[in-house]
Each structure stands twice: as structure tokens, then as C-alpha cells.
Design a protein around this ligand. Structure first.
Ligand code: PEP
Ligand code: MN
Length: 339
């Protein structure tokens, strides 16, 4: 249930009313203070609440029941966009375009530091790189694991770029303490125990959409993290499984505006895993920016032909440079249009 208070409702009145709701109906009350109004989001069983009684209060502007099962992730509970700020000041969700780039897997110090320097020169603001890899085959390269995390930190030290890397299980959370953004991969989108534990941290979480997840299931996974108190969730559309097999997955471009209207969370798009083909990364990335994505996550490798994972979809640093230039140009043109 959403209750919008009148602009002149005092803080004291707001506090008293929240207390009454909590005590009488055993619900949690989320307060969002906007410039012109205060919105109360009630979470829990609200069936016993008499909507007419609430509406009759002279300090209440409007009241409505929320049908969607996700509450904290719901834009109705939090009308403003969530902006996630990283340690070095990079902001995701503030209307800018942030590009995360780097190899699928961290392979060596030389590789990750070299790629980090080149993607930074091309305008990337966050370095990606997998240390723990969820591979379809148990015989494929599984990542450098803890050593990979150390190498990412070396690359961060060398460039100042914050790092994003994937976690596979909750017992690793302590190991990820100094990671700037923790990625939850598509295969773990419904690993609810992992999501609950991440909800107890205050780390930004990049939550990838599951291979066959509906938008509502994806938002419910975000809700799992937020229900624990961690509101720093970034949604990542990375393609879903359809009957089409020309591409590795099918990029759901429509999910971008849909999720941005249903939720206040920032949306990042992964054109690399969506397509599986390097030549398709540019057009899909352009489509994502045009559709309103707050950022992109793109795989870049110094030697794609010999990459230990996902070489076919990886751009070379030179290709990435060209793509990044086009993306920023498009973003600039769209922003000018908005002014
Ligand atoms: C990755 O980012 O390297 C990855 C494995 O992504 P996804 O979970 O989207 O497949
Ligand atoms: Mn990959």
C-alpha cells in the first residue's frame, strides 16, 4: 500500500502516523521524502487496513494498494531514480552513461592491467573481470579464483578504476570485501540464500537477469537483496533464452524501458553475453543506450582468439575504443535532445 502525504504534513504528524500504522497493523513503513511530498510504502499484510479510513485523514493526499509483489524495488515506493555512487565518485543511474569493460576472465597480471589501462583511455569508468567463473562445462577454465581477485585489485591500483566481478557463493562474501561492485551472474539470479546474504552487506550488487527469468522474477530477486537492507542494486539485462540460436541469447531491449518504469533501480546492459558475437556488440550497445540504459558492461580482450573464455564475443581494445566513442556520441546527442 502507498500513502502519499500532503506537502504541509509536519514531521511530527508523519512520525505519529507511521507509529500508528506499525503498531496497529504490524506492517513495515518505508518513508520516501521527496521535494514536494512524502510517500509511505507499507510492506506486509495490509488486507486489514481500511483504505477509506486512511483516505479520510486530512493530511493524506492519496492512498492506493500496490498489486506488484516487489515493494522496495517498485518505483511507486520510491519515485526518484536510485543513483549508486562508487568510492571514486562514479555515479550509476544519474543520467550519465557508465561503461564497465574488461575481459571475461582475469588471466594474468599483464593481461588485466594492460586491458584496464586501455579501456580507461577509451572512456570506461569501471573494470570488469571474472575471477570465479560459472562455466557450462566442468572441464572449461574455472577462473583464477582468489588470485584473480588480487590481480583485479592490482589493476585498480594501476588505473584507479573501480572493479566489478562475479561472486558464486555466500561463503565468499568476506573475500569480496574490497570489490567495488559484486556481480550476481545469470545462473545465480535465483540463488536466494546468496541474495539474502548480499542483502546484509551495503555493497553495490550488479544483478544479472536469469537466462529464462521474467521481468517480475528478476525484480523479485532484487527485492530479496533489498529486503535485507541493501538498496544498492543495479539490474543487468544480458539477453534471455529464446528459440533463436543465431545469437547466444536474445537481447530484450524492451526490458530496459519496462524495468525503468516499474523500478527506480539503474539498468545496465551486457551486449557481449546477449549476442555471443563481437560484431554484434556495437549495434546492441547502441540500441541499449537509445532505449535508456544507464550503463553497459562489455567484454574486451587483448587477444580474443586465445582468450580462456568468451573470446568470440570479446572486442579488442582498438575495437572497443571505436565502439565507446560512438556510444558517448549517441549519449551526448540524446542528452542534448532532452534539454
Ligand atoms: C560474465 O559476466 O562473464 C557472465 C558469466 O555473465 P552471465 O552471468 O550474464 O552469463
Ligand atoms: Mn563472459
Amino acid at each position: 500500500m502507498i500513502i502519499v502525504l500532503k506537502p504541509d504534513c509536519s514531521q511530527q504528524k508523519t512520525d505519529e502516523f507511521c507509529r500508528l500504522l506499525k503498531d496497529n497493523y504490524n506492517v513495515k513503513v518505508n518513508t520516501w521524502n521527496g521535494v514536494h511530498s512524502t510517500v509511505l510504502g507499507l510492506i506486509g499484510d495490509t488486507t486489514a487496513i481500511d483504505i477509506d479510513y486512511i483516505d479520510a485523514q486530512d493530511f493524506v493526499e492519496s492512498v492506493k494498494r500496490v498489486q506488484e509483489p516487489y515493494k522496495k524495488a517498485n518505483r511507486k515506493f520510491h519515485p526518484d531514480n536510485t543513483v549508486i555512487e562508487l568510492a571514486n565518485g562514479v555515479k550509476i543511474g544519474d543520467g550519465s552513461l557508465q561503461i564497465m569493460a574488461g575481459p571475461c576472465s582475469v588471466e594474468s597480471e599483464e593481461q588485466i592491467v594492460g586491458i584496464a589501462k586501455s579501456v580507461k583511455d577509451s572512456g570506461a569508468s569501471i573494470l570488469r573481470g571474472g575471477a570465479f567463473k560459472p562455466r557450462t562445462s566442468p572441464y572449461s577454465f574455472q577462473g583464477l579464483k582468489a588470485e584473480g581477485l588480487d590481480l583485479l585489485k592490482e589493476a585498480r591500483k594501476a588505473t584507479g578504476l573501480p572493479i566489478v566481478t562475479e561472486i558464486m557463493k555466500e561463503s565468499h562474501i568476506d573475500m569480496f570485501e574490497s570489490v567495488d561492485i559484486i556481480q550476481v551472474g545469470a545462473r545465480n539470479m535465483q540463488n536466494f540464500e546468496l541474495l539474502k546474504e548480499l542483502g546484509k552487506t551495503n555493497k553495490p550488487i550488479l544483478l544479472k537477469r536469469g537466462l529464462s527469468a521474467t521481468i517480475e522474477e528478476w525484480l523479485m530477486s532484487a527485492e530479496y537483496i533489498m529486503a535485507g537492507g541493501n538498496n544498492n542494486v543495479i539490474l543487468c539485462e544480458r539477453g534471455i533464452r529464446t528459440y533463436e540460436n543465431f545469437t547466444r541469447n536474445t537481447l530484450d531491449v524492451s526490458a530496459i524501458p519496462i524495468v525503468k518504469s516499474l523500478s527506480h533501480l539503474p539498468v545496465v546492459v551486457d551486449p557481449s553475453h546477449a549476442s555471443g558475437k563481437a560484431w554484434l556488440v556495437e549495434p546492441l550497445a547502441m540500441a541499449a543506450v537509445a532505449a535508456g540504459a544507464d550503463g553497459l558492461i562489455i567484454e574486451v580482450h587483448n587477444d580474443p582468439a586465445h582468450a580462456l573464455s568468451d573470446g568470440a564475443q570479446s572486442l579488442t581494445p582498438a575495437q572497443f575504443d571505436k565502439v565507446a566513442k560512438k556510444l558517448f556520441k549517441l549519449k551526448d546527442a540524446l542528452s542534448r535532445e532532452d534539454d
